[in-house]
Design a protein around this ligand. Structure first.
Ligand code: NAP
Length: 248
């Protein structure tokens, strides 16, 4: 019997939160999962352990998505080991919140660099491989606030809105090679990112959610898995809102 080729799945920011849940949703004997994180390696081992517990394999690397040389070396390693990349999920992201008039230039630069330039660097290198394969799926983690705006997050919102334009443009460029590119716009999802919000901000967010509860990382992971499946082969250039009706 012919051995089935395993799918290579790459998740940026896979050490915790939504990225970890995505790694777990793809975990199994038919996938090879690679993820990165930066700068903390405290949580990466746990992601690997959980993937292995599901009968899968995962490798985690400390790679800063804003370093072109490190990003290229990361993907070179993956190509050397598996010869292909089937799914890229650009999930790594940070916040440095503050009102516009108090926002420091370095907080603007850091958020735009990690959330937007990092996606450009990873997508550029992976697109070349997927174009040769004539197949692949890229999923970018935007945010509901990239569509609605949100006071106190000018840098973050600009990065997530930028990702939507980037997604649509790259979807058009890569469609002729059979590659799909979509964005997910999560609402309020429980993770380390939202755990630091003051109670008042949390209550304000929750009051906007039609379903009346925060989302879980698994709510996002399920949609990522769907977008990377055959069932979603005819979907490209779209922004899928997963926000419990926070935005309609
Ligand atoms: P999280 O729990 O804070 O996890 C962030 C992940 O990104 C971690 O794995 C982190 O690595 C990694 N990372 C940060 N900077 C990096 C860099 N320079 N290079 C490589 N990896 C880096 O965040 P989350 O809540 O899971 O969010 C995941 C994505 O969903 C983000 O893009 C976020 O903007 C988006 N999102 C989240 C929500 C929400 O409500 N949580 C809503 C909308 C959109 P370390 O572990 O090493 O720090």
């Amino acid at each position: 019997m012919q051995e089935q080729v395993k799918r290579t799945i790459v998740v940026t920011g896979g050490s915790r939160g939504i990225g970890r849940a995505i790694c777990l949703s793809f975990a199994g004997p038919d996938t090879e999962i690679y993820f990165n994180y930066f700068p903390e390696d405290l949580e990466a081992a746990e992601t690997i352990k959980l993937v292995e517990a599901q009968g899968g394999t995962a490798k985690g690397y400390c790679v800063n998505v804003i370093s072109e040389s490190d990003v290229n070396a990361f993907f070179d390693t993956i190509i050397e080991e598996t010869g292909r990349i089937d799914v890229l999920i650009n999930n790594a992201g940070i916040t440095r919140d503050g009102l516009l008039v108090r926002m420091k230039e370095q907080d603007w630069d850091m958020v735009l660099n990690i959330n937007l330039k990092g996606v450009f660097l990873c997508t550029k290198v992976v697109a070349k491989t997927m174009m040769k394969q004539r197949s692949g799926t890229i999923i970018n983690m935007s945010s509901v606030v990239g569509v609605t705006g949100n006071g106190g997050q000018a840098n973050y919102v600009a990065s997530k809105a930028g990702l939507i334009g980037f997604t649509k443009t790259v979807a058009k460029e890569l469609a002729p090679r059979g590659i799909t590119v979509n964005a997910i716009a999560p609402g309020f999802i429980e993770s380390d990112m939202t755990a630091v919000l003051p109670e008042k901000a949390r209550e304000a967010m929750l009051s906007q959610i039609a379903l009346g509860r925060p989302g879980q990382p698994e709510d996002i992971a399920g949609v990522a898995k769907f977008l990377a499946s055959e069932a979603a082969a005819y979907i490209t250039g779209q922004v899928i809102h997963v926000s419990g009706g926070m935005y309609m």
